[in-house]
Design a protein around this ligand. Structure first.
Ligand code: UD1
Ligand code: UDP
Length: 365
């Protein structure tokens, strides 16, 4: 069996690293393909270093662009790779444009696709990721789900049960494998902050940051919260560009203790999150990592494709209403996260279960 593993953007790397390691340990032939959707060192290379992942065998270097441009560039380049490499299976993870583009290419070449993190649904088709999820799952032969809601969504969409495998959450494989290593990070000392005395903020959803009014409303309430507790803001490049253009921000920039930083490496960021008192975010992955770490998470979105982090974990989805954000932050800062637990199969062994599925599938062909 020859496998092509696809990565492209920041949230892909921590989902792919455990799988690459497990395939290697079982002696399965694989190649790692990086589309180049994310390319800055602090959005890409740092994760290969921090996660101990081998450098990509093929780097396609597609870069940024509109959705159509980026998706099309990945498709053109990945088609060449597939024709040259002739894999038995293409593995895609998550919900970014690279995930979608490579699934379409493989499906049209009759190469089976495995989707890690299948079945998640926000039911918000204005989210580019939701379009990517729905189309990718429609084209996929092996649907590897992180939680039972994923199975239910796929079955409701008519996917045959024998293609769905509940394997657990692979991001948590990376988290658990690196929690000890992350303790060596000096990020808290560098920022001169003590454990449990600060909050962490990330923002990058187009619906939050590309609309000036929404971004400003969110920043105002964050700066209010930062009057009480310092907020470390790991700023995504999309958001950094929007902040530069937001003249209104200058009026509140120096109120509250908000520390804007460039994107952080995985080990520094996991150290920072694991010792925080509260996380405010619109990230998908961070909703899961905070649940696994039992850190209160206030999600600045109207919906989530990861409802198990709310029903079982530490997540509260509040949208962008300042009153709701204040109330949820208050609850978290008062130490009230209820009886949260870590969901079933978020246990660090998801990659092993995925490779079991691949081997059984290949043996039955
Ligand atoms: C993408 C994903 C999103 C994911 C996010 C994780 C899609 C549709 N979106 O959003 O699901 O949550 O990554 O971080 O695939 N840029 C840089 N350097 C980089 C990469 C990007 O400066 O290394 C800037 C460019 O100006 C680019 C912008 O960020 O235009 C947005 O990048 P893009 O990959 O299009 O979308 P993200 O917002 O990063
Ligand atoms: N992350 C990181 N440094 C940062 C911000 C995020 O290492 O400064 C990691 C973290 O593990 C997070 C993952 O990147 O879960 C994905 O982040 P992102 O929010 O970019 O993508 P999403 O999960 O929303 O698609």
């Amino acid at each position: 069996m020859k496998i092509l593993n696809v990565v492209g953007a920041r949230p892909n790397f921590m989902k792919m690293a455990p799988l690459v390691r497990c395939l290697e340990a079982r002696g399965i032939e694989q190649k790692l393909i990086h589309t180049g959707q994310h390319y800055d060192d602090n959005m890409s290379k740092v994760f290969f270093d921090d996660l101990g992942m081998p450098a990509p065998d093929i780097y396609m270097g597609v870069g940024s662009g509109s959705h159509a441009e980026q998706t099309a560039r990945v498709m053109v380049e990945f088609e060449k790779v597939c024709l040259e490499e002739k894999p038995d299976l293409v593995v895609v993870v998550g919900d970014v444009n690279s995930t979608l583009a490579c699934s379409i290419v493989a499906a049209k070449l009759w190469i089976p696709v495995a989707h890690v993190e299948a079945g998640l649904r926000s039911r918000d088709m204005k989210m580019p990721e939701e379009v990517n999820r729905v189309v990718t799952d429609r084209l996929t032969s092996l649907l590897l789900t992180p939680s039972p809601d994923g199975d239910e969504n796929l079955i409701a969409e008519g996917v045959s049960k024998d293609k769905i495998f509940l394997v657990g959450n692979i991001m948590i494989d990376s988290l658990l494998a690196n929690v000890e290593r992350a303790k060596k990070s000096t990020i808290l000392d560098e920022l001169k902050i003590a454990p449990k005395s600060y909050g962490v903020l990330t923002l990058h959803r187009p619906s939050n940051v590309d609309d000036k009014e929404t971004l400003m409303r969110l920043l105002k309430v964050v700066h209010e919260i930062a009057d009480e507790i310092p907020i470390i803001f790991s700023c995504h490049p999309r958001t950094a560009q929007r902040l530069d253009e937001l003249d209104e921000y200058n009026a509140i920039r120096n109120t509250g203790d908000v520390r804007i930083m460039g994107p952080l490496g995985y080990l520094d960021f996991m150290r920072l999150v694991s010792q925080s008192k509260i996380v405010l975010t619109d990230s998908g992955g961070l909703q899961e990592e905070t649940t696994a770490l039992q850190i209160p998470c206030v999600t600045l979105r109207e919906n989530t494709e990861r409802p198990i982090t709310v029903t079982e974990g530490t997540n509260t989805v509040v949208g962008t209403d300042p009153d709701k954000i204040r109330a949820a932050a208050r609850k978290a800062l008062d130490g009230n996260i209820g009886d949260a637990k870590v969901p079933h199969l978020w246990d660090g062994k998801t990659a092993e279960r995925i490779v079991d599925v691949f081997q059984k599938w290949h043996a039955g062909r």
